[in-house]
Ligand binder design. Sequence first.
Ligand SMILES: Nc1ncnc2c1ncn2[C@@H]1O[C@H](COP(=O)(O)OP(=O)(O)OP(=O)(O)O)[C@@H](O)[C@H]1O
Ligand SMILES: [Mg+2]
Length: 1063
Amino acid sequence: MALQVELIPTGEIIRVVHPHRPCKLALGSDGVRVTMESALTARDRVGVQDFVLLENFTSEAAFIENLRRRFRENLIYTYIGPVLVSVNPYRDLQIYSRQHMERYRGVSFYEVPPHLFAVADTVYRALRTERRDQAVMISGESGAGKTEATKRLLQFYAETCPAPERGGAVRDQLLQSNPVLEAFGNAKTLRNDNSSRFGKYMDVQFDFKGAPVGGHILSYLLEKSRVVHQNHGERNFHVFYQLLEGGEEETLRRLGLERNAQSYLYLVKGQCAKVSSINDKSDWKVVRKALSVIDFTEDEVEDLLSIVASVLHLGNIHFAADEESNAQVTTENQLKYLTRLLGVEGSTLREDLTHRKIIAKGEELLSPLNLEQAAYARDALAKAVYSRTFTWLVEKINRSLASKDAESPSWRSTTVLGLLDIYGFEVFQHNSFEQFCINYCNEKLQQLFIELTLKSEQEEYEAEGIAWEPVQYFNNKIICDLVEEKFKGIISILDEECLRPGEATDLTFLEKLEDTVKLHPHFLTHKLADQRTRKSLGRGEFRLLHYAGEVTYSVTGFLDKNNDLLFRNLKETMCSSKNPIMSQCFDRSELSDKKRPETVATQFKMSLLQLVEILKSKEPAYIRCIKPNDAKQPGRFDEVLIRHQVKYLGLMENLRVRRAGFAYRRKYEAFLQRYKSLCPDTWPTWAGRPQDGVAVLVRHLNYKPEEYKMGRTKIFIRFPKTLFATEDALEVRRQSLATKIQASWRGFHWQQKFLRVKRSAICIQSWWRGTLGRRRAAKRKWAAQTIRRLIRGFILRHAPRCPENAFFLDHVRTSFLLTLRRQLPRNVLDTSWPTPPPALREASELLRDLCMKNMVWKYCRSISPEWKQQLQQKAVASEIFKGKKDNYPQSVPRLFISTRLGTDEISPRVLQALGSEPIQYAVPVVKYDRKGYRPRSRQLLLTPSAVVIVEDAKVKQRIDYANLTGISVSSLSDSLFVLHVQREDNKQKGDVVLQSDHVIETLTKTALSADRVNNININQGSITFAGGPGRDGIIDFTPGSELLITKAKNGHLAVVAPRLNSR
Ligand SMILES: Nc1ncnc2c1ncn2[C@@H]1O[C@H](COP(=O)(O)OP(=O)(O)OP(=O)(O)O)[C@@H](O)[C@H]1O
Ligand SMILES: [Mg+2]
């Protein structure tokens, strides 16, 4: 939290900047201190904000100078301790906005510059926290700003207090009751354009949550003489002008009114129906709207307006004297309207206005009135109608303000805040009965103020055992007694004069007064005054030396006004009125009541006593309003006028008491609780008595002995400055405490979090370890069982399948199959195969067969036609020669080639000779003559039908396959072979002895082409062949070290061939 100083029209204000709102300055604790201190000095910049801080506090001049300096800067509020002094600025200072309300909410009184809202908030908080009823007493002379202050206070509560759970309209009604009451009860006077002509005490009820839930208004003595008469420059009550200016055409027509105030005698007595500062038209709109907010029905509004209009018509009733000087009504039209508006009989009213009913000897007589008497009766009726309507209006407003929870138990838990806005002390050139009452009222309130502040202050010091230098102040009880004392007081004498039989007049009253109170130091008349003063006093006047100054009252009208006489016949007629408001105002029981009604002064005295009791039961707060000038002008500071007010408001005395005393006091417990953090010995707790703790604390804070005193239950601090310094220190301390608390909290928070995480981790770990352990144990168990089963199975492996060995056998089988799957032969030549268990031997063989077949199948599918042919030929070769001829094995890896001679190597003539016959195979061979066995190079060609022997370009011999009877070869490694030809074929020269380097290939291809695979003979020793007709040749084969082909001496062809160990 940081603090920020903001400039507002009332001076500087320290504002708590909330952490989530941007703060212009990032202040450390030092920063806060600097800000606080600068705020402190700022407090004193324009004069002093609390008169208690005035150097020369006994000087009235210094007091007024401070007021002036601040007023010049538009700082209209200054404190005297808890009392707020307010100077009417007569201009809108823009200091009552919502923003201002927020700034003053929840802030300690001394932390902010003086303001009405500071008082409002302090009062409200006391109401909420201490749950004690509060009363704000606003005093000051007419035009000083009491009503404005009341309105601002109400506005503050309406806007800042929480809304009630039920009856949320109360807030609006509280606010809206004002314009209505002002319309009916305020008027323009010489002192004030909106002068309250009645006293008002308003209770606002708050529920336990601090929400306004209801209200109640007490009104005091409406100045009803204003209805029929106004001094020069003054007006009647606002409502008349408002209705005429703002009322709709239709309404006025209905009420029989003209839109012209000049037409109504009651409105022009002061000759000032129009006032520039007042806008009656717009005010009327406000009033009309407010009426509906405070629960007026349309009918009620209509009835109310009828009454207002009837007063105006009454004023225009004229009389003329007949021959006998009896008054007669001459204004028929007015009478007609009156009859309708008041709902009375026309003829009765006419009679009532010109006659008086007298009861003599039990008989009722009507005595005619003269002109003067008739006018008196008319005015009395107007005043009675208006004032009773006003009383009804207050009651009506009270009904709508009444707490809706009044019946429920929560009613008991409400607290009350009273606002007293009563007419201020008044001094005119001519002061009458009304001023007497008003000033008496102010005397009473001053008395209360003295009792509650000055006296109670002294009493408190005494009770606390603190030495007290008595302060001289003027106690106005003596004046109050002069007015209200029984038998000897002015009111008693006035009442006596009103009641006594015989000719009592205002002057006889004055005489009586002179007789009774002549020795009173505050009372003077022409007769009692000394030579000098006598000049300023008329014969029909008396002077009271009020606490606020001298006021000379003219006794004229005192008796009448005190009697407040309304002729009985008029009362009777009004009681029968059809206007519902009138019938409520004039109650029939009044007629039958034989007791004389209380006089006005006595009624007023009683109501004031009641008010004082109400106020005494509450915690008071004071707002003392001062009027800066009589001209209602902004910026004008009339020193004489202000000095006068300062004096009569008792402000200097108030200050003196404050300074002689102490600016601040608190119960030890509360003080220690608040400031204990400022001293290491008292922080965080003090074990001993609170008083001792406070003593230690203030010693630590270096309070000087003159700065404070220790009472029995409270500490008293003399200067606000000391308290400011302590508050500032607290603010700084709070900052560091907050940091510490934050740090510890964060530490604690993270430690908790860490412990939580740790606990969780341990929990997860143990759970996981448990799981792992269980899994491992289960696995081990399973393994042990498996091993056991395997061993048992192994032991019984040769036994027939039974439960004991089934697992083992299955396992052996499975593992064989799994092994087999892994170790399957990779190709057809791979002969490896895992050894099967005995039980699977048969299956193994089948599988092996299948596997082989599968591999062969796959292999066959994948080979090319050429390769297939190659293999087929190789297979045939194998069939013929494998194991039979020594050089066969060498031929196996060598591929057979489709032909060993290309067509380019064969003579074209041979090709031509062969014609269309294709050559399937061609190979160079050596041919051995049949006789000499001489080797000759030849080509052997295979066609689809014959073996053709070619010598260079000539076909030497063609052996059709049909004639090829067989082929002979030796079993040795030589490469000779004999093609045996049909002997009967004479075309043939005999068998052919040939040698080919690729003998296996050549013979295989030849056998295949000629389909003589089974006709190849492999001979061991010798081959006999037909050398020519009737002549056979023999070839002898003998194994030897190397190949040798010679003609033997025996004529045989001897072939020595190495024996290869391949067979
Ligand atoms: N705080 C203020 N700011 C601005 N103008 C103010 C303030 N207080 C009073 N005034 C002006 O002064 C006028 C008179 O004030 P207000 O009616 O409150 O006086 P009052 O003390 O109630 O007088 P009375 O005793 O005659 O009723 C207001 O109409 C208003 O113009
Ligand atoms: Mg007022």
